[in-house]
Structures are given as structure tokens and as C-alpha cells.
Design a protein around this ligand. Structure first.
Ligand code: THU
Length: 141
């Protein structure tokens, strides 16, 4: 029988695993994300850098785009962990502004964001705290 906190630890573990797949030959800063759908699936993503730096895709967006492209539209939570290649995360890696905006599109207002160093050391937010007064689909109706 699991505890209520298990799903958070599991999601952080999935983010840490995804981090190992990050492609970051330029910054050497590897990020992993794990996105939990409201129907219970987990989609993982790592950052994917490019020699043309602006073409880089963040870990969070990799995970979101994988999930959305497979038909998911509603998400409960995302875990994010980042740090220098070959090291454990030394600090909390907060989602960048673009990723916060992309999360906003599918957040239903209550998305949980776990910003983790490891399974025991993480900070928990609602997306609304990280992106107050966000611009969403309702804004343009
Ligand atoms: N990065 C992410 O993957 N997620 C974020 O929210 C912030 C930044 C990546 C992009 C780039 O590959 C590296 O971290 C350094 O900016």
C-alpha cells in the first residue's frame, strides 16, 4: 500500500531518469522532466540542444509535446530536475518562461510543479504561483 507522497517521488524519479537522456553538448546542463497525465500516464523528456542555440528544446516542452502529440490534453503534475552533466542536481532547476507558458496551455489551472534536487529534496508549486495572471485560451475568446 503506497503513501500519498509516493506518486511525487515516482514522478521525480522519472524526471531524474529522463535527465540521463538529455542532449546538452553545448551547455552541459542536463534537464529531465516527467509529466503525469490526468489519466495516469507518465511522459518523460530531456532537453535537446542544437548548434543553432535558439533551436534548443527544453526538457519540459519535450515531455509536453510527446504527450500532446499522443492525444493527451489534461495534466496533473510535472517534475523537473537539472544540473551539470555527470553530477547530481546541485540546485533547483525552475522551468523557464517559455515552458511555463506552454504548461499554461494545458494546465486546467491546477497543475502541480515539482522542482527537485532529488526524491527527498523538492519544492512544490501550483503553476499559478510560477506564472501568475497567465495568458491562456480564455484570454482570446
Ligand atoms: N533548460 C531546460 O531544459 N528547461 C528549462 O526550463 C530551462 C533550461 C535547458 C535548455 C538548455 O539546453 C539548458 O537547459 C541550458 O539553458
Amino acid at each position: 500500500m503506497g503513501t500519498a507522497a509516493d506518486w511525487k517521488e515516482n514522478l521525480i524519479q522519472a524526471a531524474l531518469e529522463a535527465r540521463k537522456m538529455a542532449y546538452a553538448p553545448y551547455s552541459h546542463y542536463c534537464v529531465g522532466a516527467a509529466l503525469l497525465t490526468k489519466s495516469g500516464e507518465v511522459y518523460q523528456g530531456g532537453n535537446i540542444e542544437n548548434a543553432s542555440y535558439g533551436a534548443t528544446n527544453c526538457a519540459e516542452r519535450t515531455a509536453i509535446f510527446k504527450a500532446v502529440s499522443e492525444g493527451h490534453r489534461h495534466f496533473m503534475a510535472i517534475a523537473v530536475a537539472g544540473g551539470l552533466a555527470g553530477q547530481e542536481p546541485a540546485d533547483y532547476a525552475y522551468p523557464c518562461g517559455i515552458c511555463r507558458q506552454v504548461l499554461e496551455e494545458f494546465a486546467d489551472g491546477d497543475l502541480v510543479v515539482l522542482v527537485a534536487k532529488d526524491k527527498e529534496d523538492y519544492r512544490e508549486y501550483k503553476l499559478d504561483e510560477l506564472l501568475p495572471c497567465g495568458f491562456g485560451g480564455g484570454s482570446i475568446q
